[in-house]
Design a protein around this ligand. Structure first.
Ligand code: NI
Length: 173
C-alpha cells in the first residue's frame, strides 16, 4: 500500500491526445547528468504504472529526445535515437498510452538497427525485430511528433480523432 502511494506520487502525468505537446518538435539531450537519470527513472515508473510497453518524453509533457521501451524484462533507454537501417515489413496491433483504449493495426519495418545514447551518454546500437522493432519505431515517432493514427486510413483516423475529442470534452461514451 505504502509502495503504491509512493509510486503514484513519483509518477508523471500522461498527456492524452489531442494535447498539443504530442505534436511538438523535440530537442536533443545534451546534458547527461543526475537530473536526466532521475527523469528517466520517473518515466520508467510511469510506464510501469500504466503497464505500457513504451513511453516517450513528449507523452509526459517534455519535448526532448528520450524514449523507453520495455520488452521481455529488459528496459531499453533510447536517447537521441536515429534509425540506421530498416528491412522487411510487418503488420500488427498497436496501442499508445496517449490513446487509452484505442488499438489499431499498423504496418512497420520488420527489422531495424537503431543508434541511441543511454542515460550516461554512451552510444549503443540496438538491433530489433518483430514486436521490439515495432515498439522502438512507435516511440521514435513520438520524438518526431508523429502518432500511430497517422498510419491509418482517413476514415479510421477520423473515427479515432472524434472519439478522442469527445473524451477530451468529458463526453465519454
Ligand atoms: Ni505511443
Amino acid at each position: 500500500m505504502e509502495k503504491e502511494r509512493e509510486m503514484e506520487e513519483e509518477s508523471l502525468k500522461i498527456r492524452i491526445f489531442p494535447d498539443p505537446v504530442l505534436k511538438m518538435p523535440t530537442a536533443p539531450v545534451t546534458c547527461f547528468d543526475a537530473r536526466l537519470a532521475a527523469f528517466v527513472d520517473k518515466m520508467r515508473l510511469t510506464m510501469e504504472m500504466h503497464e505500457g510497453a513504451g513511453l516517450a518524453a513528449p507523452q509526459v509533457g517534455v519535448s526532448q529526445k528520450i524514449a523507453l521501451v520495455s520488452f521481455e524484462g529488459s528496459l531499453y533507454v533510447l536517447i537521441n535515437p536515429t534509425l540506421l537501417e530498416q528491412e522487411g515489413e510487418q503488420e500488427g496491433e498497436e496501442g499508445c498510452l496517449s490513446f487509452p483504449g484505442i488499438y489499431a493495426s499498423v504496418k512497420r519495418p520488420a527489422r531495424i538497427r537503431v543508434a541511441a545514447q543511454d542515460v550516461t551518454g554512451q552510444e549503443r546500437v540496438h538491433q530489433a525485430e518483430g514486436f521490439l522493432a515495432r515498439a522502438f519505431l512507435h516511440e521514435m515517432d513520438h520524438l518526431n511528433g508523429k502518432l500511430f493514427i497517422e498510419y491509418l486510413s482517413n476514415l479510421k483516423r477520423g473515427m479515432i480523432r472524434k472519439k478522442m475529442y469527445k473524451r477530451a470534452m468529458g463526453d465519454d461514451d
